[in-house]
Design a protein around this ligand. Structure first.
Ligand SMILES: *[C@@H]1O[C@H](CO)[C@@H](O)[C@H](O)[C@H]1NC(C)=O
Ligand SMILES: *[C@@H]1O[C@H](CO)[C@@H](O)[C@H](O)[C@H]1NC(C)=O
Ligand SMILES: *[C@@H]1O[C@H](CO)[C@@H](O)[C@H](O)[C@H]1NC(C)=O
Ligand SMILES: *[C@@H]1O[C@H](CO)[C@@H](O)[C@H](O)[C@H]1NC(C)=O
Ligand SMILES: *[C@@H]1O[C@H](CO)[C@@H](O)[C@H](O)[C@H]1NC(C)=O
Ligand SMILES: *[C@@H]1O[C@H](CO)[C@@H](O)[C@H](O)[C@H]1NC(C)=O
Length: 931
């Protein structure tokens, strides 16, 4: 048959032409190298079925439509992957008998014609991956005969469900990855024969109708990644269900224990990323065919019961992580012999687990028990059994109270990801770790490790991520392979000079941090060979010498350059490239002098600039005014001088939220007009609430690793380290300069301002009553100026004020009476010759100006909150360098919600959890540290 030449033009009596099944005939024998559909089908009017799937026809909409429409008896039109273009032509309307339309995988880029709904015999309509546009005609859902509808993978196709007809025939309904929205109508239960319903990755919302429980033929259900709300319907009547995926929605409520009962065919259930609570229905653990159970990222609570007959179950994937489950892990889990993946992290499971028992699960490849209250016993009592251990690929035992390295991993030649962070492992990192050939991800951070067992030469390491931060490692740093992408050695006791050829070991490194160690010597120029670097953090070391010129040149790729707190001297190199993409430049706390380099103006994406505590002698760097992305500007404690404002330079700082230019020699008045461009300070609480974000730099895209910016904010008389700068935290510190004049009236519009420090300047005038507009103010320091007159009543309306210092001015009169102002200590008002009334002991006489001076030594102890004490009481790990105290009391955190708002924080500090806290009579959600 294969050799018989066929002349298409002679096939005029052909009834069915199915080229796709003619496996012996090649396209060339059919003379179809460039099939010209119009010519080819011209006289084939009797054809009822046309299958040309996969044939490269390359025809425009008009061409193929009019050709096809000449076959007026056509019932089956199957042209998938034929390289057809759109749009549909109305001539198709003639094909009234069409029952099957398969046009998937053609780049039609057109709307679906309404007249498809007129094909009253239509049973199958497949239009997936056709780049369809417009609104899908609702009537098509109502074609009584339609049983298969697949329009998936058309992201620009909009639409919503109409009411479904009684006794509809739909059996398969696939709308994955479209732009459909709206709800699922109650009438879905009219589709008695519905067996496959796939609506994932659409924009559906609303609750799932209870009537779904009448879909007794349902076998495959995927509603994942929508915005469905409400409860999970009762599925116990859909006995044929094999697959349930409701993940990534907003479903709430409990699941009645009988739901899912008796679903003897169920193989797969995925309810991840919802807000379901209550206990996990035990009926799930009695379904014989169930293989995958994925319930993570919900709020399931309570204890898990032991279940009987565990050895009969086929479960190979069990994911219960990130819930609130408590009590012991049921031992029957360890009898699920088929288990390959077991994820129980981030719950409140407690008790002790013997790692050796887990190794009885012979098929286990992935185990995550991290961040519970578990104690894992990793000691190996039976050395002989090592060989019978399962072959693990991923093992995560973070925060499991481990105190030794689990020796049983020694022979785990397949291990590719190992997380033993946040334990109490002491001593030495054994050599065998570096000999695990397949290991690509190693996290040993937050332990008590002292050194690395040698020798470290000639190791064939494939590590991509190596995180050793927060240990007590000492000596020179180990350099492994240039392909390590993420290298974090920060917060250890490493001490040495950096190897002069260090750049050669960082060829593919994207993230490199050796912050908070004891490195000294110069920064080697070779580090500039690390051309993949996006984050370079050498902060908190003893580096000396100058900043290599090439380092700032690198900022075409570099996003974060942090050299904070070293002993660097000389100028900041004036070599920022034209395409500078730096987002964070932190040179705080060195001995740099010279001016702010002009080329810094190239860094138009700069968000954080901290040049504080150096010896920079310059006028105000007007070039910064052009960097509209700036959010944090710190010039504190330098030798800047002269006026600020730069009237000659245009520019706005609509993102600016923290500005600290204290302890310089700036002079003149604060230019009010300029302040009007600081829009971030103007936003009211409501406007910012929805955007709780942190300043951060995304390092490894796709893996969601971020570099968190840090800044020290002086507030309430204490310096506080904001590890994570919330994008709505605002602070202005102009203190200890020589500013004069009044506080500009424009500043009184900063409704979002938290901290205002104008102390130790020469401001003179009255304290304006409009200061009462700054409703968010928590800390106000106007001390040591020349303010005169009375304290305005409006100050008493600042409800959130917890630190106030008006001392050492020329204020007078009676301190306004309100519980607010009287709750501050006398120190807040001292040094004003004319003030009287509580909390001062001086009574008000009729002539206040003659009141005796009230000068007591100034101290900080007077603030109403002792932040040091509070952060400690909160159980915050100050020893680890994290102080998030000031944010704790932040009223805007009431909507704080780990799951939605701050995944990142929860990832980096997974031991944080949320609790309600009363503060100033309101309940707030606050973060606590889980021990
Ligand atoms: C179709 O039929 C007409 C009239 O019978 C004939 O002239 C024409 O050549 C045919 N077309 C093809 C492609 O064979
Ligand atoms: C639908 O199909 C039936 C039977 O297959 C046939 O009798 C009827 O004519 C068809 N209707 C249309 C409009 O094609
Ligand atoms: C869910 O709704 C939110 C806003 O209401 C929207 O931003 C988001 O894109 C929606 N998600 C999905 C998957 O439809
Ligand atoms: C299911 O169908 C039956 C019969 O049509 C009806 O009485 C019942 O209310 C339906 N159940 C739900 C939950 O809609
Ligand atoms: C484990 O947690 C349960 C429930 O939270 C509690 O009752 C029990 O005392 C805890 N056991 C231990 C050993 O802490
Ligand atoms: C373990 O895995 C192997 C290979 O995939 C499979 O044949 C075997 O049935 C599994 N064992 C159990 C108890 O499921």
């Amino acid at each position: 048959m294969g050799q018989i030449p066929i002349e298409i033009s002679q096939l005029t009596r052909l009834v069915i032409l199915d080229i796709s099944t003619l496996s012996y005939l090649s396209a060339s024998q059919l003379k179809l190298e460039n099939p010209n559909l119009p010519m080819f089908v011209q006289n084939l009017t009797r054809i009822t079925a046309l299958y040309l799937d996969g044939l490269n026809i390359s025809a425009q909409g008009n061409e193929w439509c009019s050709a096809v429409s000449s076959m007026t008896n056509l019932q089956i039109l199957s042209l998938s992957s034929c390289n057809l273009s759109g749009p549909f032509n109305s001539s198709l309307e003639r094909l009234k008998d069409l029952s099957v339309i398969r046009l998937d995988q053609n780049n039609l880029s057109a709307p679906v014609p309404e007249f498809f709904a007129n094909f009253s015999n239509l049973t199958i309509l497949r239009l997936s991956s056709c780049s369809l546009t417009g609104i899908f005609p609702e009537n098509i859902f109502q074609v009584q005969s339609l049983s298969v509808l697949d329009i998936s993978n058309n992201q620009d196709l909009h639409g919503s469900f109409p009411d479904f007809p009684r006794n509809g025939s739909l059996h398969t309904l696939v709308l994955t990855q479209t732009n459909f929205s709206g709800g699922l109508p109650d009438s879905i239960s009219n589709l008695r024969q519905l067996s496959r319903l796939e609506l994932s990755n659409d924009q559906f919302n609303g609750s799932l109708p209870n009537s779904m429980s009448n879909l007794t033929e349902l076998a495959y259900l995927d509603l994942s990644s929508n915005n469905f709300t409400g409860q999970i319907p009762w599925f116990a009547m859909s006995k044929t269900l094999t697959h349930i995926d409701l993940s990534h929605n907003k479903l709430t409520g409990t699941i009645p224990s009988g739901n899912f009962e008796g679903l003897l065919n169920l193989i797969y259930i995925d309810l991840r990323y919802n807000s379901l609570n209550g206990s996990i229905p035990s009926s799930l653990f009695a379904l014989p065919l169930l293989r995958k159970i994925k319930l993570s990222y919900n709020q399931f609570d309570g204890q898990l019961n032991e279940f009987s007959n565990a050895s009969y179950f086929a479960v190979d994937y069990l994911d219960l992580s990130s819930n609130n489950l408590e009590g012991p892990i049921p031992m029957s889990i360890l009898e699920l012999r088929s288990l390959s993946i077991l994820l129980l992290s981030s719950n409140k499971f407690n008790g002790t687990i013997d790692l050796q028992k887990i190794w009885n699960l012979q098929n286990l490849t992935t185990l995550d028990l991290s961040y519970n209250n578990l104690s894992i016993n990793a000691s190996l009592t039976d050395e002989h059994r090592l060989s019978s251990f399962p072959n693990m690929g991923t093992l995560k035992l973070a925060s499991c109270k481990l105190d030794v390295f689990p020796d049983s991993l020694k022979n785990q030649s397949k291990l590719n990801s190992l997380d033993l962070s946040n334990n109490k492992i002491r001593g030495t990192i054994p050599t065998w770790v570096w000999k695990l050939d397949l290991l690509v991800h190693l996290n040993l951070s937050h332990n008590l490790l002292m050194d690395l067992e040698g020798p470290l030469q000639n190791l064939n390491l494939n590590l991509i991520v190596l995180d050793l931060h927060s240990n007590q490692l000492q000596g020179p740093i180990p350099m492994f392979s240039p392909q390590t992408t993420y290298l974090d050695y920060s917060t250890n006791n490493f001490s040495s000079v950096l190897p002069h050829d260090i750049g050669n070991y960082l060829t593919f490194t994207v993230f490199f941090s050796i912050s908070s160690n004891n490195f000294h010597g110069r920064i080697p120029e070779s580090i500039c060979n690390a051309t993949s670097l996006e984050v370079l953090d050498l902060s908190y070391n003893n580096f000396s010498g100058t900043i290599p010129q090439c380092l700032t040149t690198m900022s075409e790729t570099l996003g974060v350059l942090n050299l904070r707190k070293n002993g660097l001297i000389g100028n900041i190199p004036n070599t920022f490239p034209a395409a500078c993409s730096l987002q964070t430049l932190d040179l705080h706390g060195n001995r740099l002098d010279g001016p702010v380099p002009a080329s810094l103006a190239n860094c138009t994406e700069l968000e954080v600039l901290d040049l504080g505590e150096n010896q920079i002698m310059d006028t105000f760097p007007c070039l910064l005014k052009k960097i509209s992305t700036l959010r944090v500007l710190v010039l504190r404690t330098n030798k800047f001088q002269g006026p600020i404002g730069c009237p000659m330079v245009n520019g706005t700082w609509q993102m600016l939220q923290i500005v600290d230019i204290a302890f310089n020699n700036f002079t003149g008045e604060i230019p009010g007009k300029w302040l009007t461009t600081w829009e971030a300070m103007l936003l009211g609480e409501d406007e910012t609430q929805s955007e709780l974000n942190h300043l951060q730099f995304e390092v490894l895209k796709y893996t969601r690793v971020y570099y968190q910016d840090t800044v020290i904010v002086t507030s309430k008389g204490l310096q506080m380290k904001l590890v994570k700068i919330l994008t709505v935290f605002t602070s202005i510190d102009f203190s200890s300069n020589q500013f004069e004049g009044p506080i500009p009236e424009e500043l009184m519009n900063f409704k979002a301002l938290y901290v205002l420090n104008l102390s130790s300047n020469s401001f003179s005038s009255h304290i304006q009553s409009s200061l009462g507009n700054l409703k968010q103010l928590e800390s106000l320091d106007l001390s040591r100026n020349n303010f005169r007159g009375e304290i305005p009543e409006e100050l008493a309306s600042l409800n959130f004020l917890s630190f106030l210092d008006l001392s050492f001015n020329h204020l007078g009169g009676k301190i306004p009476t309100s519980t607010q102002l009287q709750s501050f200590s006398a120190d807040s008002f001292s040094g004003n010759k004319g003030l009287c009334g509580l909390p001062l002991t001086e009574n008000c006489t009729s002539d206040w100006s003659s009141s005796p001076a009230y000068e007591k030594p100034h101290s900080d102890s007077g603030s109403s909150i002792d932040w040091k004490f509070i952060s400690a009481e909160m159980g915050f790990a100050i020893g680890l360098g994290f102080v998030i105290g000031p944010l704790l009391f932040w009223k805007r955190w009431r909507i704080w919600y780990c799951k939605y708002v701050d995944n990142i924080l929860c990832r980096i500090f997974p031991q944080l959890y949320l609790e309600y806290e009363s503060y100033r009579g309101q309940r707030y959600r606050v973060l606590r540290w889980r021990n």
